[in-house]
Every structure is written in structure tokens, then in C-alpha cells.
Design a protein around this ligand. Structure first.
Ligand code: PXG
Length: 463
């Protein structure tokens, strides 16, 4: 193999010396050494030792059109030559940003016709927090400022986004949550549904929103934020009863609905947006990741005619980012959207590859250690369990078995992540049927190796 880099050990030493990693136990990683990824092609990445790994996570839920797309490279370089940067603050605009805003308005459902650009999903959710509060303030209701999120929901890790998210580990560090944020339970039937049917549980969890609104007062609640299908929380696909009831409650109590589409957007669930898959009518949508297929950073909020007209009528909205609508990012996004559309990638996901993956993925539940196998389009999860019938958790600390499985996947050249003792995938949308077969073979082998290790290490015990 041709190498254009230092030996792995040297790269790891530099990384350990100077690079602080996100969401990482630094000392533990530095003792072990990071795996260094040097190349991406299609649905595969290659590490510095030459292992070709199938990327079951699409980078980080983002590389929807796959690695190595020359069209995106060309779009970026063309735009850099033409106009590498200009801002959109002081009464100026530029062709890539306005064109992308128009295109997103066409693609987004309903009356979502206005786009506020940012650099990431976290930024966009911070924008949303400020925008919904400003919306109600401009309508003369400044007290209607509480945002309700969900425990185990993920909306990013800035102070605002981390606050409306429901990850307790994030709240525990750095003085979160901000004031006027509340949380309700997640629709995770497998772990929390007890003796209810999934349908009953879906309704019960949706009605927690109503109860919370009544507890806080309708005049205090600005918005509800949720992912159509939770991603980072473990690919939690809600029961069918959940979303219709949430939509009813938002309508009835005049609560703005923020659909966080950072993962679900741009084809992940087999439609352009997860909101279409679960059939909801959000007032604001958060997007990032698949917007540019991760080639360059970009996020945005797509908001309704009503939200935009209220915000526009209120004088200056004192908010924005240097890179709001960055021309290079916008040019790449436009090209990425063209590829998704013209190659029929989302249609193929919906009609062909997602159904194929579903059949294969659900077959993994024949393994003795796999409880439920859940899937929506191209995002899927497995609950690992020592007892399927009772949906038992392992007696070991949560995540012990999941981590063992993740490590075995990595050794078997498959990137499959764990969230606690759930295994999750979210492959590039361009994955082919034969690549799905490879992914599933490696997943089964890794689960089986984990199972043998769990048994031999005395971990096959229910909590
Ligand atoms: N909303 C959702 C639904 C996300 O999944 C964000 C917002 C924040 O986006 P940025 O661009 O600020 O990271 C995300 C990000 C994981 C993992 O471990 C998931 C995300 C980010 C990092 C790790 O699954 N999602």
C-alpha cells in the first residue's frame, strides 16, 4: 500500500499529545491510541494500517451520498474560486445561499419556506431556541418561553442545544440546563414499556407532553422539540400511536413543534424528511449532516411562513453566525441535493435498499443475544439482552456488553456503534444490496463473538 503519512504509532502519539477529542475519555483513548482513518470511498473507509472498513455509521450519520464524490469536490473548488466567502449580515446576500434557501423551501413539507443558516446541528438548535422565544415575545407573550424536550433526546452539545436535549451526562457538566427548559419521557417501549403494549405505551408517552403543558401552564410553553426518530439515543423508533398524539397536543395547546431532522433529514428514513415519514407538520425543522453529506459543515433551521413573518416583523433579530449561509458550504449542499434527487437515491432507499436491509436486519433477532431489531429506512438498532422474553437488561454496568460488541465489530472491519447495550447503524444511503449482505455478515459474526465472550466471562446474567 502506498502511504503518505507517518507510521500509525507516530500518528497516535501526536494525536494523544495534542488533540482533544469530542465525547471521549481522553486518558483512556490516549493510553490505547486512536484508530486513524486515512481514506473514504463509497461506503468504505480505510485506516492507517490498510484495513478497509464498512462504515455502518455513514461517518457520523451524515455521509449520505457516500465518500469520494468528485462532483462535491468540484462544486467546492468552483465556488472557492468564484467567491470563497461573503457574509449575509449587512444587507448583502449571495447566489449560493439564496439558491439553497429556495431549494430547501421547495423540498421541505408544508409551509416551511424560510431558512436561517448555521454551521452545525447544535448551532441550529440554539437558533431555534432563540427564535421560538422571540416569536412568542413578539406576539406579546414573553412568558411563553419554556421549551420541552425529551429525556435521552439529542439536539447537540452547546449550552442551549445540550439543555433541550435530554442527555443527563451533558447536563452534569458545565452548568446545564439553561432556565425554562423541561423534559418528558422518550417513547422507548423495549426499555421502558413495562407491561403496556407498544401502542398503549406510545400514547402514554405522548400524553406526558399534555400533562407537562398542563403542569407548567399553556401560557408558559413555547415549543416542543424532538427527533422524528431518535438517533444518538439508540435509534428509538416510536410506536405508531406516538406522533399523531404529539401533533394533536401541539395543535391543541398552540405549542410550536420543532422537528430535529439533523439525522432523519435528506433521505435517512426513506423520505426527504423524517417528518414526512412520521406524518407531522413541524413549525421549525433543524437540519445539518446530510444537507451536505458531511463534506463541509453546515446546518440550518427551516421555518414556517408564520414564524418567519413574525420574526421579520420584529425589527432586528440579534442573532447569526459568521458562516451563516457560507457560500462554499451552500454550493456543496446544492450539489449534494442534486445528486440525491437526480440519482434517485431516496427513492431507491424507500423502495429497494431499506426494505432489503429491514429483512436482513430483522433476521439478526434470531441470534440468542438479540432482543428487538428496530429499523426505519436506513437507521436501525438492536437491543442486546440476556433474556428476550422478559426484555431483561444485563446485570453488568450498562454499555459493557455493547462496548464489547462495538470492539468486535471494529476488529471485523465493520463500524457499528453502541448506545448502552443497543447496537446501531446508519449506513450511507448509497449502500448496495451486496454491501448490505457484507454488513450483516460482519454484524452477525461480531454479535456471535460477543455472545461467546459474554458467556465465558460470566456476564450472561440478567439485572
Ligand atoms: N440534533 C441531532 C438529532 C443530532 O443527531 C445534533 C443535533 C447536533 O449536530 P452537530 O452538528 O452540532 O453535532 C445531532 C448530532 C452519536 C452522535 O454519537 C450524534 C450526533 C453528534 C455526535 C455524535 O450518535 N448527532
Amino acid at each position: 500500500m502506498l502511504e503518505n503519512h507517518l507510521p500509525t504509532a507516530d500518528l497516535q502519539a501526536i494525536d494523544a499529545e495534542h488533540h482533544l477529542h469530542p465525547f471521549t475519555d481522553g486518558d483512556a483513548l490516549n493510553a490505547k491510541g486512536a484508530r486513524i482513518i486515512v481514506k473514504g470511498e463509497g461506503v468504505f473507509v480505510t485506516d492507517s494500517e490498510g484495513h478497509k472498513i464498512i462504515d455502518g455509521m455513514a461517518g457520523l450519520w451524515c455521509i449520505n451520498v457516500g465518500y469520494g464524490r468528485e462532483e462535491l469536490v468540484d462544486a467546492a473548488s468552483r465556488q472557492m474560486r468564484q467567491l470563497a466567502f461573503y457574509n449575509t449580515f449587512f444587507q448583502t446576500s449571495h447566489v449560493p445561499a439564496l439558491s439553497l434557501a429556495k431549494r430547501l423551501s421547495e423540498l421541505a413539507p408544508g409551509n416551511l419556506n424560510h431558512v436561517f443558516f448555521s454551521g452545525s446541528g447544535s448551532d441550529s438548535n440554539d437558533t431555534n431556541i432563540r427564535m421560538v422565544r422571540q416569536y412568542w415575545a413578539l406576539k406579546g407573550l414573553p412568558e411563553k418561553n419554556i421549551i420541552i424536550g425529551r429525556w435521552n433526546g439529542y439536539h447537540g452539545s452547546t449550552i442551549g442545544a445540550g439543555s433541550v436535549g435530554g442527555m443527563k451526562g451533558i447536563h452534569a457538566q458545565g452548568g446545564l440546563p439553561i432556565p425554562n427548559v423541561a423534559h418528558i419521557g422518550q417513547p422507548d417501549w423495549w426499555s421502558e414499556g413495562d407491561d403496556m403494549s407498544p401502542e398503549e405505551f406510545g400514547l402514554a408517552r405522548a400524553r406526558e407532553l399534555e400533562a407537562k403543558i398542563l403542569e407548567l401552564g399553556e401560557n408558559r410553553v413555547a415549543a416542543f422539540i424532538a427527533e422524528p426518530i431518535q438517533g444518538a439515543g439508540g435509534v428509538i423508533v416510536p410506536p405508531d400511536t406516538y406522533w399523531p398524539e404529539i401533533q394533536r397536543i401541539c395543535d391543541e395547546y398552540e405549542i410550536l413543534l420543532i422537528a430535529d431532522e439533523v439525522i432523519c433529514g435528506f433521505g435517512r428514513t426513506g423520505n426527504w424528511f423524517g417528518s414526512q415519514t412520521v406524518n407531522i407538520r413541524p413549525d421549525l425543522m433543524t437540519i445539518a449532516k446530510g444537507l451536505t453529506s458531511g463534506y463541509v459543515p453546515m446546518g440550518a433551521s427551516i421555518v414556517s411562513d408564520d414564524v418567519a413573518s413574525v420574526i421579520n416583523s420584529g425589527g432586528e433579530f440579534a442573532h447569526g453566525y459568521t458562516y451563516s449561509g457560507h457560500p462554499v458550504a451552500a454550493a456543496v449542499a446544492l450539489e449534494n441535493l442534486r445528486i440525491l434527487e437526480e440519482e434517485g437515491i431516496i427513492d431507491r432507499v424507500r423502495t429497494t435498499t431499506a426494505p432489503y436491509l429491514k429483512k436482513k436486519w430483522e433476521s439478526l433477532s434470531e441470534h440468542p443475544m438479540v432482543g428487538e431489531a428496530r429499523i426505519a429506512g436506513m437507521m436501525a438498532s438492536l437491543a442486546l439482552t440476556p433474556d428476550k422474553a422478559s426484555r431483561a437488561k444485563f446485570a453488568s454496568e450498562t454499555g459493557t456488553v455493547g462496548y464489547m460488541c462495538r470492539e468486535r465489530c471494529f476488529n471485523n472491519d465493520l463500524i457499528m456503534r453502541h448506545v448502552g447495550d443497543r447496537m446501531i447503524i446508519s449506513p450511507p444511503l448509497v449502500i448496495s444490496e451486496s454491501e448490505i449482505d457484507l454488513l450483516i455478515d460482519r454484524a452477525w459474526q461480531s454479535i456471535d463473538e460477543t455472545y461467546n465472550a459474554v458467556k465465558s466471562q460470566g456476564l450472561w446474567q440478567a439485572a
